[in-house]
Ligand binder design. Structure first.
Ligand code: HGY
Ligand code: MN
Ligand code: MN
Length: 429
């Protein structure tokens, strides 16, 4: 750090300010009672504008790109400096917490703001990216923004519709985006030295170990599937039990088979049925004839996940045959597990230790934009402790201002000390 510079804002001040900003963004919701902010909604636009304003105040040049990602640029010490990309997502799940994704954006903005306030230019240029779609709640697949920045956006996704039948293509146009500009968003040849994401852990590990921060070793891969069970609707009072082709009872048995298969994996797998709907909503006196549900399977190792998905499909087809119902099996998307670059892990561990926190490494069961960015640069992730038992994807999600500040100071340390030459890009995945 250049001599004579003030040490910057106190950690607690940084952290408290970030939590206030999380509250401000948490108030921008499609639902007045809970936090839900889906991709390309009016609330996305309002949140994007607010984030861009905070980026400008931190000394960055900003833009909202063709897919609704917000990008802030902070030049490095040299015009041709390589770039560090850092950031996370600002879309949410339904009835979400206020820190998932958002914290990583605001932490990065606060870190750049601290460098700017001290007149510090890092060796690398810094690009803070607020991704508009990581959760994939609206269109059923996730990471539209980071896929585009990784140069991996599949144009066929533009025809995917949301629950109201609005296609992604139409939603981008209504938002003021530009589908023709999507290929230009790729950072594949943009002199990117690393992508680093700060994110709440969304689990209890750091809380149980009494650690404010942790360094992520790898991000679990996931497969999302949308089965549909087609039986025969009928009168709840007159159809004998042995003659029924009950789609909901079949889906329920399939749901339990997902749970029992993954629960028997001694921790290498997790499986979740997060959505289930009876076509038309169902009725108390009608045997359900048409049921759609979703399956999310994850594992740290891709071969284990692929084997699990195949086994779960076989079991569901066995259940369908026995119950004489039809089964349509649609894979919505899958994400490969993403290892974090060992050199970035070491640099992040140094920055954690510089905050007086014992460096601790742990895997991520949650997916992150870093998985896509791993296709254009080595990735690193810094986890921050969650309170309330580590609960997340839930309004009780919580963190402390002290931990928010420690995480920001660790990111500042990382950005100031990062030397692209010493962290030569790992082989691309
Ligand atoms: O589902 C996930 O793991 C992430 O929160 N999108
Ligand atoms: Mn999430
Ligand atoms: Mn997230």
């Amino acid at each position: 750090k250049p001599a004579g510079r003030s040490p910057g804002l106190h950690s607690m001040t940084l952290g408290a300010r970030i939590l206030e900003q999380c509250d401000e963004l948490g108030a921008i919701s499609e639902d007045p009672d809970v936090l839900t902010r889906r991709y390309l909604t009016a609330e996305h636009r309002r949140a994007a504008e607010k984030i861009a304003g905070w980026m400008r105040a931190a000394g960055m040049r900003t833009s909202i790109d063709a897919l609704g990602n917000v990008v802030g640029h902070y030049a490095g010490a040299r015009a041709d400096a390589p770039r560090i990309l850092t950031g996370s997502h600002f879309d949410s799940v339904v009835n979400a917490g206020r820190y998932d994704g958002v914290f990583g954006i605001l932490c990065a903005i606060a870190a750049v703001g601290d460098l700017h306030a001290r007149g510090v230019r890092a060796r690398c240029a810094i690009e803070v990216i607020a991704f508009g779609d990581e959760e994939g709640v609206r269109f059923g697949f996730s990471m539209a923004g980071s896929r585009a920045l990784a140069g991996r956006f599949d144009p066929a996704l533009l025809e995917r519709g949301d629950g109201d039948g609005v296609t992604l293509r139409a939603a981008i146009a209504a938002f003021g985006g530009d589908v023709d500009a999507i290929p230009s968003l790729s950072r594949a040849h943009a002199n990117v030295a690393a992508f680093v994401e700060v994110h709440i852990e969304q689990g209890p590990v750091l809380l149980e170990r009494g650690l404010a921060l942790g360094v992520v070793t790898s991000i679990a891969g996931s497969t999302r599937i949308a089965p549909r069970v087609v039986g025969l609707a009928g009168h709840a009072g007159t159809v004998p039990m042995g003659a029924r082709r009950d789609a909901l009872a079949a889906a329920a048995e399939m749901t339990l088979s997902v749970e029992s298969y993954t629960a028997a994996s001694a921790g290498t797998l997790v499986g979740t049925v997060g959505k289930l709907a009876i076509a038309g909503g169902g009725a108390i006196n009608v045997i359900p004839g048409d049921v759609a549900f979703t399956i999310d399977v994850r594992a740290g190792a891709d071969p284990a996940r692929h084997a699990a998905v195949a086994a779960i499909e076989r079991e569901c087809r066995t259940i369908a045959a026995r119950r004489r119902v039809g089964l349509e099996w649609t894979t919505l998307f899958e994400l490969a597990a993403a290892p974090c670059d060992p050199r970035l892990q070491a640099r992040l561990a140094d920055s954690v230790a510089a905050q007086g926190v014992a460096p601790f490494r742990l895997p991520s069961g949650a997916g992150h934009d870093a998985m896509e960015m791993a296709h254009v640069a080595p990735i690193g992730m810094l986890f921050v402790r969650c309170g309330a038992g580590g609960i997340s994807h839930h309004p009780d999600e919580t963190m402390t201002a002290a931990d928010a500040g420690i995480a920001t100071r660790a990111l500042i340390h990382f950005l100031e000390h990062f030397d692209a030459g010493a962290t030569a890009p790992a082989s691309r995945r």
